[in-house]
Design a protein. Structure first.
Ligand code: SAM
Ligand code: DTB
Ligand code: SF4
Length: 329
């Protein structure tokens, strides 16, 4: 059996709870097609069934190895295939990373997410990141890593080092995957997700909207995520950050309501997962973010930087959380 089928629910799995159901793309499209306020209302109801709507999870991101990536992901400023302004940087020293993690903790983040621009780590990279993970974990933070495709045994090594979550996104509709990335396929992504689950790590898996996709293709992305078995604990919904020099730099702006609809569909189909309002938040007006929180988003990236691009301002975020009476977990 192909390992990827272990983690992907099949149509014949007859469960009725949204967290264990098989979600057809057309069912999710029907959700997305509902009148906007009905959709948001339904998502808010689901959210309140499983979560305290006044609680929000805060994660801080750091790029521990930047640029020069051999993959050709059309959205990514770190791909060596695209001419962008990103400065390449080798793996940072453990002390520099720990210093950043201490600042993140002092500012209220509960999780520290470390990203590396690799197709996947080499065995010697895993040894180095294991040391980094152990040092960050010692600070009392939850740890998350996103290092690309994993080979046999790597997920176990990361878990033993103290890694709590592994982020590995499906990014787009499987039917569109090869239009966005040609250097790997969807099945390879699924295979790493299976390895991550088998090692007992928690899964952070989401995608990007705003890459010139249709609503039906957004339904395909959500179906791919919701049919992971078990569903991911954390689901980052990113709005494309359009970076000069990437093939998607001139992608058509998505209407803000489409983004909120996508968050709502993620909440309804993955009722027990943390849905993260991820990249692109610095372009979202406060009222739009508030609607996303009403529609079930309950996590954000908090801190000045994402990986290579700017995040929403931390002081503005603190004000927004105060205004909305949202309390960090
Ligand atoms: N190289 C590893 C990988 O691809 O899994 C880890 C780092 S990669 C930068 C992590 C995720 O960042 C991607 O899966 C994608 O969802 C997100 N990402 C990258 N560039 C982005 C952009 N311009 N806008 C929004 N999200 C982006
Ligand atoms: C995720 O889904 N979004 C984050 C994190 N996982 C690693 C990355 C966003 C990157 C945005 C573009 C950049 O800053 O390079
Ligand atoms: Fe590399 Fe990850 Fe960027 Fe793709 S998304 S180019 S794998 S860093």
């Amino acid at each position: 059996m192909n390992t990827s089928t272990i983690t992907f629910r099949q149509p014949e799995d007859l469960h009725t709870h949204p967290a264990t159901a098989y979600w057809r793309k057309c069912q999710i499209k029907d959700l997305l097609d509902q009148p906007f306020l009905d959709l948001v209302f339904q998502a808010a109801q689901v959210h309140r069934t499983y979560f305290d709507p006044q609680k929000i999870q805060l994660s801080t991101l750091i790029s521990i190895k930047t640029g020069g990536c051999p993959e050709d992901c059309a959205y990514c400023p770190q791909s060596a295939h695209h001419q962008t302004d990103v400065q390449k940087q080798a793996l940072l020293d453990v002390d520099d990373i720990v210093a950043k993690a201490k600042i993140a903790k002092a500012r209220g983040a509960g999780r520290f997410c470390m990203g590396a621009a690799w197709r996947g780590p080499k065995p010697r990279d895993v040894k180095k990141v294991a040391e980094i993970i152990a040092a960050v974990k010692d600070l009392g933070l939850e740890t998350c890593g996103t290092f690309g495709l994993l080979q046999e045994g790597m997920a176990e090594e990361l878990k033993s080092a103290g890694l709590d979550y592994y982020n590995h996104n499906l990014d787009t509709d499987p039917e569109r995957y090869s239009d966005i990335i040609s250097t790997r396929n969807y099945e390879e992504r699924m295979d790493t997700l299976a390895k991550v689950r088998q090692a007992g790590l928690k899964v952070c898996c989401g995608g990007i909207v705003g890459m010139n996709e249709s609503r039906e293709e957004r339904a395909g992305l959500i179906a791919g995520l919701a049919n992971l078995d078990p569903q991911p604990e954390s689901v980052p919904i990113n709005q494309l950050v359009k970076v000069a020099g990437t093939p998607l730099e001139n992608a058509v702006d998505l209407d803000w309501t489409e983004f909120v609809r996508t968050v709502a569909a993620a909440r309804i189909t993955m009722p027990k997962s943390y849905v993260r309002l991820s990249a692109g938040r610095n372009k979202m007006p406060e009222a739009m973010q508030a609607l996303c929180f009403l529609a079930g988003a309950n996590s954000i990236f908090y801190g000045e930087q994402l990986l290579t691009t700017a995040n929403a301002d931390e002081n503005d975020d603190a004000d927004l959380l105060r205004k909305l009476n949202l309390m960090p977990l």
